[in-house]
Structures are given as structure tokens and as C-alpha cells.
Design a protein around this ligand. Sequence first.
Ligand code: NAI
Length: 254
Amino acid sequence: GKRIVVTGSSSGIGLETARFLSEQGAEVLGVDMTKNFDYVEEFYRADLSDPRTIDVLLDVLPNDIDGLVNNAGVPPTKDANILLRVNLIGLKRLTYGLIPKLADGASIVNVASLAGHDWPNSVDAIKAADDLDFGNLDAFIARWKVSSEGGRSYFFAKEALIAWTLRNRWTWRNRGIRMNSVSPGPVDTPILGDFLQTLGARAEEDRKIMDRPGTPQDIAPVIAFLLSDMTTWIRGTNIPTDGGMHSNILCSMH
Ligand code: NAI
């Protein structure tokens, strides 16, 4: 089986992804703050908001990794500084750092969000975020108005993640390494309540439109599909997995 690293493997979408992949015969290396599962072959405790911890993790992870699922994330109720660390710059540090340990043909899957759908309207801030690092976060948050107010930091992190995925469609093509993202709509996990709290009336509207919330079981197979050898021609793309909400937004705009 393939050797796959799954971050945020102790809860929600990451937990179900770890379970699903190991059921399919993969060797799953789980990464999270706390251990809470039976599905992973090996567990690495790491705080992915901390660059030093990420570097230690990069040292201890084995070679010949066939897949990386960047799933760990915090909800919009968190402070913008920690949110951007976990949901964006920590994720990028882990990914760039892991490239030498990835096998040729490896697949990277980022768990973005429906919340990132409007990334074309944030390109200036997204380009500026190329230079974003752990040292200059607070200045960036002030300059580009990506505080936690109204959940903006969450939206921005997901917008930047989708744009980063698209831009890196061919970065590692010489080694057959590809990167894609999956963008879930509202999924029934422990952080769904945090989204509803931040988004207020808008979340209520969404709920009226939808027939049901998503479940981790709706998302994990899509991640697994992108990790598989059936999808080597899918590169640098974002796959909305949201019961139709992304299309509903596009159709109501035009
Ligand atoms: P969850 O809260 O159930 O799971 C997230 C996992 O990430 C937890 O196990 C948590 O411990 C881990 N994590 C958080 N901060 C970490 C850190 N600093 N270091 C290491 N691990 C850390 O949440 P859920 O819903 O499964 O979310 C997974 C991903 O899906 C996130 O990136 C989230 O933004 C995204 N997503 C979730 C949606 C939803 O409605 N639940 C919708 C769209 C995207």
C-alpha cells in the first residue's frame, strides 16, 4: 500500500480520511496535537502552528512518502494569528519541507473550503502572502485586513490555499508530484458549530438551501481519489465537494 501522511488525523474529516485510506490498504502516518484513533499505522504528535515543531516533524518522518493530506485546520473563531499559522503558513512549510521525502509520483491534497471560492477577488493580498512568514504575521494581518472579524482570516487562508494549489500545478512535475485541493461545504464535524457562530445569518441561509449537511464520509473518498494513481492527469485543481453550493453561488451571481 501507499504511505500517506494525514494531518489533523484525530478528528472529523482527517479521522475519516485516515480510516478510509487504511481500509484501502494504505500505511497512514497521522499527525495531530492529540492521539485519538485506531486507524493510523504511526502517530506523530505535532503542533502545526509552530515552525520549530514542524521542522522536528520533517526530521522524524520517513522517506518514500506517496501522499500528503494537508487537512489540519482551525475554525474562524480562532485568533487570526494562530489561524493563519495553522491553515496557511504552517501547511506551506510542512509541504515544502516534505518534498525531498516524497516518492516520485506522489500526490499532495489540500483540504481547502467552500469559504475560499472567492479567491479571484483577493489576488493582491494572496500575492503579498508569498512573503508571509511566522515573523511578520501581525503586520500582514493589519495591512491586508485579514483579522478574525466576520471570519475574514479563515476565508483568506482558504482563498490563498486554493490559489497556491493552482499556482503550483507544475512546480514538481519533473518528479511526477502533483498537488490538488478539495473544498468541502459545511460538514458535520466538531467545528461546524464554530462556523455557524461566525457566519451567523449567512450560515442560516445556507442551511435552508441545503438538503443536508455534509459528512466526513462525503469528503474522504474524494481525497483518496486524488491520492490514487487513477488521477495523475488531475493537477493543480480544486474540487468543490459541497452538495452543489459552489455552483449555487456561481449561478446566483450570473
Ligand atoms: P476538526 O476540528 O474535526 O478536525 C481538525 C483536526 O485538526 C483536529 O483533530 C485538530 O486537533 C487538528 N489541528 C488543529 N490545529 C492543529 C495544530 N496546530 N497542529 C496539529 N493539528 C491541529 O475539523 P474538520 O471539520 O474535520 O476540519 C478539517 C479541515 O476541513 C480543516 O482544514 C477545515 O478548515 C476544513 N473544512 C471543514 C469544514 C466543515 O464544515 N467542518 C468545511 C470546509 C473545510
